[in-house]
Design a protein around this ligand. Structure first.
Ligand code: PLP
Length: 398
């Protein structure tokens, strides 16, 4: 056994080796986190698009503390107060009538969407195939890695579940060509996150909506990363003027507590019946209290406006840097979901940012991803830009 109480040593010895962290964080407030030595960092990762209203927002903390001291968990065999309130709020944001299923993570939310689509398809003409996009990311359960159109996440875990067909993102003809008489649904991210912050084109999403109407298919959106206000509207698809038949949520929904959900619109809201899907923790009073507080804070502090405003400043300033540094090849994204595309692997740039106190991580090999809390102040955004500019000025691209 071990004598050490050092969390880093304990991690190295006892945590399954699926991540390789290099920094011990012990505290957070607003847009900042602190390491064990008391050094502070601007957090442009926000727990991977989770800390939607920043770290330890007093209203979020209070809502969680109150619920923890009142009722923590009783199961879904009983009515509780927060889940239904949250569901009503989410359906209101969704824009058309529907119902919500609560779970605990993004992968599980997508797993639920997949089961929903199969149940609907199997009873509507014996259809079960789901078309997903290459370069997408939908989570790590077996069905979710199969839905994920990247072989690196699937390798070694075969045999994979059947019934998934891949098409090219932003290529409507490729999706059309993938449709068979077994197709039930299309699953897509409005902005691909892990895939490198790649926004859908308006033509693509509108085309998918028309295609689904024409062929009687479900249009499912994975809103796990781009949902909950991140792009400036409650859901990523809304900024395209497109309506989802159903969508998944997680990450930012609980502002730091683990909660996932899917919202099923009118076409599929009555598909599931008692016994067909379940989750022990889903809709838990504490995680739902957190999500209700997150929504309340986003509304009261008008954070969707802040996302648009600060997002635009960040994009403009990053584009100005791009003009100075030819190895920055593109700045893309929407709202506070931004990607800076380099012409070389971004890991080293990520390390240089961290050394100067900015957490913004590399994804899809050559993209620096920025996902700050939605309540980031203009001053914090300016500081992040200053660090980014300093690092860019000193950066050697090879
Ligand atoms: C992170 C992510 C998931 C997986 O969520 P988990 O909570 O890690 O299971 C699914 N889809 C998208 C778009 C994501 O960004």
């Amino acid at each position: 056994m071990t004598n050490t109480t050092d969390p880093v040593q304990l991690h190295k010895q006892f945590i399954v080796n699926t991540y390789a962290p290099n920094l011990l964080l012990t505290r957070g407030k607003g847009c900042r986190v602190w390491d064990a030595d008391g050094r502070s960092y601007l957090d442009f990762l926000a727990g991977i698009a989770v800390a939607q209203v920043g770290h330890c927002h007093p209203k979020l903390v209070a809502a969680i503390q109150k619920q923890v001291a009142t009722l923590m968990h009783v199961s879904n065999l009983y009515y509780t107060e927060n889940g239904p309130k949250l569901a009503a709020k989410l359906v209101e944001k969704f824009g058309v009538p529907g119902r919500v299923f609560f779970c605990n993570s993004g992968a599980e939310a997508n797993e639920g969407l997949i089961k929903l689509a199969r149940l609907w398809g199997n009873t509507n003409g014996g259809r079960y195939e789901i078309i997903t996009m290459r370069n997408s990311f939908h989570g790590r359960t077996l069905a979710a890695i199969t839905a994920t159109g990247q072989t690196k996440y699937q390798k070694g875990f075969e045999p994979l579940p059947q019934g998934f067909v891949y098409a090219d993102y932003n290529n409507l003809e490729s999706v059309r060509a993938a449709i068979t008489d077994k197709t039930a649904a299309i699953l897509v991210e409005a902005i691909q996150g892990e895939g490198g912050v790649v926004p859908a084109t308006p033509e693509f999403l509108r085309g998918l909506r028309e295609l689904c109407n024409e062929k009687n298919l479900l249009l499912l959106f994975d809103e796990v990363q781009c949902g909950m206000g991140r792009t400036g509207s409650w859901f990523g698809f809304q900024s395209y003027g497109v309506q989802a038949d159903a969508c998944s949520l997680a990450k930012g929904l609980g502002g730091g507590l683990p909660i996932g959900a899917f919202i099923a619109g009118p076409k599929v809201s009555e598909v599931l019946h008692p016994g067909q899907h379940a989750s022990t923790f889903g809709g838990n009073p504490v995680t739902c209290a957190a999500a209700l507080a997150v929504i309340d804070i986003i509304e009261k502090e008008r954070l969707l406006d802040n996302v648009a405003r600060v997002g635009e400043t960040l994009q403009n300033e990053l584009r100005a840097l791009q003009a100075e540094h030819p190895w920055i090849v593109e700045v893309r994204g929407r709202g506070l979901m931004l990607g800076v595309v380099l012409n070389h692997p971004a890991k080293r740039f990520e390390k240089e940012l961290l050394a100067k106190g900015l957490i913004a991580i590399a994804t899809a090999d050559n993209v620096i991803r920025m996902l700050p809390p939605l309540n980031i102040t203009p001053a914090d955004a300016r500081e992040a830009l200053r660090i980014f500019a300093d690092v860019a000025a000193a950066h050697i691209s090879e």
